[in-house]
Write a protein that binds this ligand. Structure first.
Ligand code: IYR
Length: 226
């Protein structure tokens, strides 16, 4: 490995195997309670919490550490309404013609439809943009690497941070979602990737009664020595 550039020692305290077990058990027990929530309360969430959540997401690994993302956080009710109107216009078309019957059948158990009240009710919307390329100082295009992978991982961090904070979110992908680029005034090299309402669930919020597949059905092991 070439290490002639700027390196520094990793700060790392070796945990005992007991500590590793405790850490992973408590993270596991917390993470398996995560649910996508569509019924939001209007209870406000302070800006400093959302800042922390975004900072956590921005610590995700990315191709060549290019950090090909912009997180746009919105609590302005006028902009939230504009987003809701535009998203519902697209989703109305999706549910009334654009989506094949088979797709609607696959979604039926989630109870979704074209109406998206959470886009106004949730105190915050975070729209994640992916930067397909960078611009140099003379405005020529520079490459970003593994953009979808990087932004997907950052969204995983984001969703985990929201959940670990005790808040709820939903991975919402209105389709097509280029209206977000216009409403939020983002440059040509940024494309909307995911929209996440963030807040508290409403009292008596309902979630679909779904489960995850068992470990043995989603993993394959080639074991060696311990
Ligand atoms: N984007 C639409 C439809 C939708 C698609 C999938 I795949 C989902 O998992 C959920 C919804 C909507 O937001 O309703």
């Amino acid at each position: 490995m070439m290490r002639d550039s700027d390196f520094k020692p990793l700060v790392y305290n070796y945990p005992s195997i007991g500590e590793v077990e405790n850490k992973i058990n408590s993270f596991h027990d917390k993470m398996i309670t995560r649910r996508s929530v569509r019924d939001f309360s209007e209870k406000p969430v302070p800006k400093n919490i959302v800042e922390k959540i975004i900072e956590i997401a921005s610590n995700a690994p990315s191709g060549a550490n290019m950090q090909p993302w912009t997180f746009v956080a919105i609590s302005d009710p006028k902009i939230k309404k504009e987003i809701r109107v535009a998203a519902e216009k697209e989703e109305f078309e999706n549910y009334n013609g654009r989506m094949p019957e088979s797709w609607k059948q696959d979604l039926a158990h989630l109870g979704t439809d074209w109406e998206k009240p959470f886009l106004e009710k949730a105190p915050w919307l975070i729209v994640v943009f992916k930067k397909s390329y960078r611009l140099s100082e003379d405005n020529s295009q520079l490459k970003n690497y593994y953009v979808s992978e990087s932004v997907g991982i950052a969204c995983g961090f984001l969703i985990s941070a929201i959940h670990m904070a005790g808040l709820t979110t939903l991975t919402h992908t209105p389709s097509p979602m280029n209206f977000l680029q216009k409403i939020l005034n983002r440059p040509d090299n940024e494309k909307p990737y995911l929209l996440l309402p963030v807040g508290y669930p409403s009292e008596n919020a309902l979630v679909p009664n779904i489960s995850k597949e068992k470990l043995e059905d989603i993993s394959i092991w080639f074991e060696g020595r311990d």
